[in-house]
Design a protein around this ligand. Sequence first.
Ligand code: HPA
Length: 272
Amino acid sequence: MHETSHILEAKQFITSKTDLVPEMGIILGSGLGSLADEMDNATIIPYKEIPHFAESSAIGHANELVIGTLEGKTVVAMKGRYHYYEGYSLDDITFPVRVMKSLGIENLIITNACGAVNTSFNPGDLMLITDHINLTGQNPLIGPNNDELGTRFPDLSEAYNRALGTIAKEVAKEHDITLREGVYTWWTGPAYETPAEIRMIRTLGGDAVGMSTVPEAIIAAHANVNVLGVSCLTNMACGILDEPLSHEDVIAVAAKSKEAFMTLIKNVIKKI
Ligand code: HPA
């Protein structure tokens, strides 16, 4: 359970560094952090300085909170995130969502790099997350409920906000960006899935698979924050192609999709 006093301590530390009040948040996934470098009037705070924040060890994650303006909006960006597979608790990895909410955000853009399970998708495509499947049996809300933060049984019927999704689809059309739509499946990792697990995920209705996003989206729903989820499909999931998966390839393909990703996200932010 997230303690209200911990959230307040982190909030007070952050607000002592900047006068900007962020109206939206963005979590930048593997290889996608450079969007934060486009922000103006940026205050950069290493996670390790912020009370109760943990630190990600994954390659491609800078571990910085960046608060500034982007496309005329005040934004708080997480340049890199923590993952469950690093050994952090689900409370740890979702704590920043609580802090961003306390700073004032109403909308949260969650991004990630993930594998394509749907065989009609291609590596490098972007995907609007329409829904998720939690295959881990884990939930960040297990334990006592902090009623100050949200209800015991949050509704997930619109965990990924439809209005924000419509904006993303409009922007993609205007800028000629391929934006797939699909269901994201949460796998704990750190091992990639087996070919049999990918066939199972496809049978169950998953279009993509990755190691993040779902716990953050659940906490956002609990905190009444609207979520837009955008994935970068960095590879065909295990067993679809006759080649092994590597984190280096994931980062390299994410880098290639960076331009389309930045155009999409910046223009969505402008329209929200
Ligand atoms: N599976 C899980 N996580 C991932 C993948 C994948 O294929 N690609 C990038 N993150």
